[in-house]
Each structure stands twice: as structure tokens, then as C-alpha cells.
Design a protein around this ligand. Structure first.
Ligand SMILES: Nc1ncnc2c1ncn2[C@@H]1O[C@H](COP(=O)(O)OP(=O)(O)OP(=O)(O)O)[C@@H](O)[C@H]1O
Length: 363
């Protein structure tokens, strides 16, 4: 049943309306996904939202209750079709990737390759590309964690998988190593041109690696898009909160406007009288100084300033986080400021909200 006619474009990976329950509980619900060759899609979401189960169904180690999975237009799972994992042309890499301890580095990388011409050359090529030339004869116990991880990557890529499936592949690594290995891994995956599905619960990792983020919650994809779009246009309050701390100002929409101590916000599309949440990331609160009990003048971009007292200020390295107790209702707001800004607790400051950086959601 060819869904994609011969002459038309066949995405590398198509997951169609796939569902899976365990003991009557739906863990993945009617999930669909398309990943092109050379593209990296991150399944991002909190623990237990069904990311790993989705990945395992693509790998073929878990069976969907329903749905179809196609690789290069070929059905690998569907009504009456169940291709085993080894026949799907997928490469796997998991957090606890285990190299074969009794095999050398070269033998580990060669493991999935057929004997014959080109085998040794492919092993050497990959080891060079993960910066491990000369490591061929070593055994895994002689390698650092980062080196073992690179061997595992070379091993998974050696047979030129059509789809590479990675489940939290960097979480076992030292923090200092992680960013370098992520970048090197991404470069190699791009050179190989394979389609990649990477599971992570870390927004930072997804932002760094993904062409497309598929944000998951309770077994469904709630939003997908380029990292920039998912970060800057979240579908709801929880999607915004998944990527950073957020500040929430609750108000009531009247005539497409919501009045707050920070001035009026446009809240089009909200029913009259409906409670709305105005959501703003700490980076997008503007701080101004107290001018003898007065703040800066209102502007169209930033609205009216509201006064608060600093309750805590912390330096985090690249930015400072300053917490305020607001005069008007005693609520707490947090502002992030680049560099070092550590006002003493009790300092009165004025906050403004950038209108172009806030999100409005029904409460
Ligand atoms: N084989 C199984 N039998 C029963 N329940 C399972 C099985 N596999 C997964 N689950 C349950 O399904 C839910 C989703 O698991 P899954 O591993 O897909 O989530 P996840 O988003 O990858 O989370 P994590 O990051 O913690 O692995 C969890 O509640 C888990 O306990």
C-alpha cells in the first residue's frame, strides 16, 4: 500500500497516528512525526511524557497498539507489517550505551559492518571523524567516558543507518565535556546526512541541537517548530514555562484589553470578563531606578512601571537573577539581567514589561 507514489518525495521517517498503552494507561496518543534526511528532531518533554516509548516504537523494540511507521516510504510497522529492529536500518544510541568490553575500539566500530572490502576503511574514517585516530587497538576500559561515547557514536553510524535514534545520549557525561561532544556529534550527524530523532528532557540541549523541536506532554506533541519559534511563540503557559522560569500576571480581559499595574495589555481574542495570564520571561522584564518615589515615564513599548522591593539577588555567571516583592499586590517577580547586577535586599526599583516579549493565554 504505497502511500507515497514512486515519483513523489518520501520523507526519511514518517510516524503516523501511533498510540501505545501500558496496563490501560495511554502513554503515547495518536502521535505523528515526519523527519527528513539530514534533519535532527528533538522529542522534548518532562519525565514520563512518552518520549522514550515513541523512540522505542520507531526502533522496533516496542510495538505500537496502532498506527504506521515508514522509513524512506517503506512500511516498517503497520497493519500486518512488523519489521524487526535489525531490518529497519536504524542506529541506536542510549544513555547507558555499552561498548563490548572484550572487543577493541576498531572491533566495536566494525561490529555492525559486513566483512569485506571497505570495512577497515570505514572504521578508520569514522574514528578519524570522532577524533580517535590511533585508538583502534585500545579496549573500552582504557578510554574516558567522553571517548567511549564517541566510539559508541562511530559504532552506531558505521552501517550508515537511515535513521539515528538517540535517547538522552549525553546525560552520562561530565558537564564540562558535554557541550563539546554535543557539537562534535551534531557535526558528524550532519555530515552523514542521516535523519535523527533525539530524546531529551533538557530544553538547553534541544535548543542547541535540534532543527525541529517536538514538545511532548502526556503522550502527545503539543507544539513543534524550530527552536526559535517554540521558544518565542509558546502555545500555552506550560510550554513557556518548560524553557525558562516565567512571571505570570493575572488579569481580566475587557474589550480586548487587560488593565494591570503595568498598564494595559492587548488581549485580542479573549472573551469579555475572561481571566487571562500575561506571561513574561525574566529576561524580558526591564528594571529602572527609583527617582524619589517615581519610576520612568510610561512608553508604548514598555507600558507603565510598577515598583517593587528587591528580596534576593543572585549572580549565576552569565546573568544575575533579581527577585522582587511588588508593592501593588505582594506578588513575586523575577528579572534576569546580563552580567553582574546585585542590588541589596530592600532596594526599591521599578519594573516594566516589554509588550513585544510577553505572551497572553487564557488563565
Ligand atoms: N514497558 C512498560 N510497561 C509499563 N509501563 C511503561 C513501560 N514503558 C514505559 N512505561 C510507562 O510509560 C510512561 C512513559 O514512559 P517513557 O519512558 O516513554 O517516558 P519518557 O518521556 O521517555 O520519560 P523518561 O525521560 O523518564 O524516560 C511512563 O509512565 C512509564 O512508566
Amino acid at each position: 500500500m504505497p502511500r507515497y507514489p514512486m515519483q513523489s518525495h518520501k520523507p526519511r521517517l514518517v510516524v503516523q497516528n501511533v498510540s501505545r498503552s501500558f496496563g490501560g494507561r495511554a502513554v503515547v496518543r495518536d502521535l505523528s512525526l515526519v523527519v527528513e534526511a539530514g534533519q535532527l528532531t528533538c522529542l522534548l518533554g518532562p519525565s514520563g511524557c512518552g518520549k522514550s516509548t515513541t523512540l522505542r516504537m520507531v526502533a522496533g523494540v516496542e510495538e505500537p497498539d496502532q498506527g504506521r511507521i515508514l522509513i524512506d516510504g517503506e512500511e516498517v510497522f503497520g497493519p500486518g507489517v512488523r519489521l524487526p529492529p535489525e531490518a529497519r536500518g536504524v542506529g541506536l544510541m542510549f544513555q547507558d550505551f555499552a561498548l563490548f568490553p572484550h572487543l577493541t575500539v576498531a572491533q566495536n566500530v566494525a561490529f555492525g559492518l559486513r566483512k569485506g572490502e571497505g570495512r577497515a576503511a570505514r572504521v578508520d574514517e569514522l574514528l578519524e571523524r570522532v577524533n580517535l585516530s590511533g585508538f583502534q587497538a585500545k579496549h573500552p576500559h582504557e578510554l574516558s567516558g567522553g571517548e567511549q561515547q564517541r566510539v559508541a557514536l562511530a559504532r552506531a553510524l558505521a552501517p550508515r543507518p537511515r535513521v539515528m535514534l538517540m535517547d538522552e545520549p549525553f546525560s552520562g557525561l561530565d558537564n564540562r565535556l558535554r557541550d563539546g561532544i554535543r557539537d562534535a556529534t551534531l557535526d558528524l550527524l550532519k555530515e552523514e546526512g542521516t535523519a535523527v530523532v533525539l530524546v531529551t528532557h533538557e530544553p538547553g540541549e534541544a535548543m542547541r541541537m535540534a532543527d525541529e523541536i517536538a514538545l511532548m506532554r502526556d503522550g502527545v506533541i503539543v507544539q513543534r517548530g524550530a527552536p526559535y519559534n517554540v521558544y518565542n511563540a509558546p502555545v500555552d503557559r506550560a510550554a513557556a514555562a518548560f524553557f525558562s522560569d516565567i512571571n505570570v500576571i493575572r488579569g481580566q480581559s475587557r474589550g480586548a484589553l487587560t488593565q494591570t499595574p503595568f498598564g494595559a495589555f492587548l488581549t485580542p481574542g479573549q472573551t469579555d470578563g475572561a481571566a487571562v495570564d500575561i506571561v513574561i520571561r525574566p529576561q524580558h522584564l526591564k528594571i529602572d531606578f527609583d527617582r524619589a518615589g517615581r519610576g520612568p515615564n510610561p512608553t508604548i513599548q514598555d507600558g507603565t512601571a510598577a515598583r517593587g522591593l528587591v528580596t534576593r539577588a543572585r549572580f549565576l555567571g552569565h546573568e544575575s537573577l533579581v527577585e522582587f516583592r511588588m508593592d501593588h499586590d505582594g506578588s513575586t517577580l523575577t528579572a534576569a539581567v546580563p552580567g553582574v547586577f546585585l542590588p541589596k535586599p530592600g532596594t526599591a526599583l521599578w519594573l516594566m514589561i516589554r509588550r513585544d516579549r510577553c505572551f497572553v493565554f487564557p488563565a
